[in-house]
Design a binder for this molecule. Sequence first.
Ligand SMILES: C[S@@+](CC[C@H](N)C(=O)[O-])C[C@H]1O[C@@H](n2cnc3c(N)ncnc32)[C@H](O)[C@@H]1O
Length: 252
Amino acid sequence: MGTKKRGQPDGYPTVAGMSRDQHIGIVKEMFATIPGRYDFLNHLLSLRRDVAWRRFTVRKMRFFDTFRLLDVATGTADIAIEAALMHPKISVIGIDFVSEMLVPGKRKIAGKNLSGRIDLLQADATRLPFPDARFDAAVIAFGIRNIPEKPRALGEMRRVLVPNGRVYVLELNAPQNRLWRKIFAPYLMRVLPGVAKLFSRNPAAYLYLVDSIVHFPSPATFLGLMEEAGFSELKHYSLTLGITSLYVGSKR
Ligand SMILES: C[S@@+](CC[C@H](N)C(=O)[O-])C[C@H]1O[C@@H](n2cnc3c(N)ncnc32)[C@H](O)[C@@H]1O
């Protein structure tokens, strides 16, 4: 994967320059090439903050009717596993449209004896294969950034929630504070892609990561998208000096 592609200097076109279909194609291709090192690089590049951010999210979850959680864009199933461990009465379905990403997740689930409580399926976040009002909670961790049709994915998560069910969106963003953004920029632009180059089969994927963080809407804009999708009682938690956000909304 070290060769240049599509005539762009760093492997992938910028997020701003991608068409919807191109973005989806790139995301599918990219995640199919990185599952082997995905967990390791997540922990390394975030100095294990990713574990704390998922734990914070799972701690906020409430189960009151179906006792089911949907983990959208589950990847290697870290949040599904964390939720099953922290909430022993629930069952979890994790979906991802890249089957390769589900392989390490299935292994981890079996290793923790959670196969009876967590199912992983290949499915698309914008066309969820579930009837309405099936889940008490739906979560998407570090996934919405990769979905060009964000309103549609939010709408689908809302559709499958029971009334008063909650959606939890965990996502990286460029810090809003100017000074911190200046300090953080060299890490994001140089250190992160440099380390990824050393360890990943597909370093271009980590340049896409930086680009997709920089292009992600501000917290205020994203909360507006959640409101338009029909969520109320919106909350925003800023984590680790604003490099990550947790957004929570209820189905009216
Ligand atoms: C950065 S990973 C996040 C994985 C996991 N949630 C975590 O916390 O580490 C993003 C995942 O989103 C998945 N994804 C992106 N777009 C998707 C879509 N439209 N439907 C389902 N999965 C999608 C990718 O295949 C990838 O596994």
